[in-house]
Write a protein that binds this ligand. Structure first.
Ligand code: SF4
Length: 435
């Protein structure tokens, strides 16, 4: 088996604080008092400081060099500037952050304190992602956002004035009350904003969100009855692909569009299966195994016989329970992925990107055995118009992008299990990020 050398890490820091809860949101985020912010940041700092010792203990490779950092949530810009400064100081004390690293922070429009753009720039943040969702004021308001179109324009201007020009705007197709005409309005405003990157998501109502409850149980508070139908949402998405491409924002992933060279380097890491360390509430990590360390580490019995050491991949997820996280019980699951599971992921993560999956690279990495049946699946899906072939690459077609979850499902051969059979850590051996 073969895998590419990757000596740089991406770090994700989860900051789960919001000023108010959006109606469609079911992330592990919430509205917490400032004292909790402090306790949470202390825990994050402890986890960052303990990460290298923990990786050593479990037999994972943790590159010290970092070339992407992403602060997401939540609304990380709600943290007090001194807490942010502490986080960045700890990050730089324990990792070697490249001078040209991409450092992104998610911000909510209308919630950037006066000195925040300058504080972000001083901390090294060079990319900001703004959760706009809609430029139509009534739509933004009714989904629980606290901004209007003028606020967004003003925030973009303030960020640019502070020297942060690499800006992303998120939009959601399918908000309550949205229509094809109002969607055009948002797309017009997005083009006029001049941002070099946009993310467009099709709303999938989670039944545990407030909007989801209203859809299931009735009511009128969140205007759930005004959520557009699936076909309308799909048409809005297709329209966004056309309009954004016309505006010079090339689609490079199902939901992501950018000017050439300004793709999100951190997010590409996930789809390209390059290592990342996620710290904080409900974060996940993917690290390669270090065969020398793993030989001495607490790897579960039988791991060595199931996995070629050069292809060991560790998946770690942290708890989504805020109080549990604060109490130091940070990890929810730690599992070595079987080669079968890694091969499946290579398909459904690779297909997300417009560049698609490089079949010959998969054959070199996993050998011909698992790739041959996957190619039969790909040929069947190509026959159905959901995938296309170009040389050694397989890609989603525009129709395939609309049905991507169905396509990905076809590549799952080991069931929906997140782990290879029998190789997860038994509960007693679950490892804490804290030393
Ligand atoms: S700001 Fe983001 S994380 Fe917070 S409630 Fe809204 S969608 Fe959820």
């Amino acid at each position: 088996m073969e895998r590419s050398a990757d000596n740089a890490l991406g770090i994700y820091l989860s900051i789960p604080f919001c000023r108010s809860k959006c109606t469609y949101c079911n992330f592990a985020s919430g509205v917490y008092p400032a004292a909790e912010h402090e306790r949470y940041v202390e825990q994050l700092i402890g986890d960052m400081a303990a990460a290298a010792a923990w990786a050593n203990e479990v037999g994972a490779e943790l590159p010290r060099r970092v070339d992407t950092v992403y602060l997401g949530g939540g609304t990380p810009s709600l943290l007090a500037p001194e807490l942010l400064a502490n986080l960045f100081a700890t990050l730089r004390a324990h990792f070697q952050v490249d001078s040209d690293a991409e450092i992104t922070m998610e911000c909510a429009p209308g919630q950037l304190a006066d000195a925040m753009p300058e504080a972000l720039a001083a901390a090294g943040v060079n990319r900001v992602s703004l959760g706009v969702q809609s430029f139509v004021d009534a739509e933004a308001r009714s989904s629980g956002r606290l901004h209007n179109r003028a606020t967004v324009a003003s925030d973009l201007q303030r960020l640019r004035a502070a020297g942060i020009a690499n800006l992303n705007v998120d939009l959601i197709a399918g908000l309550a009350g949205q229509t094809p005409a109002s969607w055009e309005e948002s797309l017009d405003a997005l083009r006029e904003s001049g941002v070099p990157h946009a993310s467009v998501y099709m709303l999938e109502v989670d039944e545990d969100s407030r909007l989801g409850h209203e859809l299931l149980q009735g009511g009128s508070r969140y205007r759930a009855k005004l959520v557009p139908g699936d076909e309308t949402i799909a048409a809005m998405y297709e329209r966004a692909v056309v309009r954004l491409n016309q505006a010079g924002l090339r689609q490079y992933e199902i939901s992501n569009f950018s000017r050439p060279g300004l793709e999100s380097r951190h997010n590409l890491r996930y789809w390209q299966r390059r290592p990342y360390l996620g710290i904080g509430l409900d974060a996940s990590s993917m690290l390669r195994g270090d065969p020398t360390l793993a030989a001495k580490a607490k790897t579960p019995p039988g791991l060595g016989s199931r996995l070629d050491e050069s292809s060991m991949v560790l998946r770690v997820t942290t708890t989504d329970d805020f109080q549990e996280y604060l109490s130091g019980r940070t990890l929810a699951e730690t599992a070595w992925l079987s080669p079968e599971r890694q091969h499946e992921e290579a398909w459904f993560l690779g297909l997300r990107m417009n560049a698609g999956v490089d079949v010959s690279a998969l054959q070199r990495e996993f050998g011909p055995e698992p790739v041959a049946p996957a190619m039969q699946t790909a040929e069947r899906l190509a026959h159905d118009g959901l995938l296309s072939f170009a040389g050694e690459r397989v890609r989603l077609t525009p129709r395939g992008r609309l049905m991507s979850n169905d396509v990905f499902q076809e590549f799952l051969t080991t069931g929906n299990s997140q782990q290879g059979p029998g190789i997860g850590f038994p509960a007693a051996q679950q490892l804490e990020v804290r030393g």
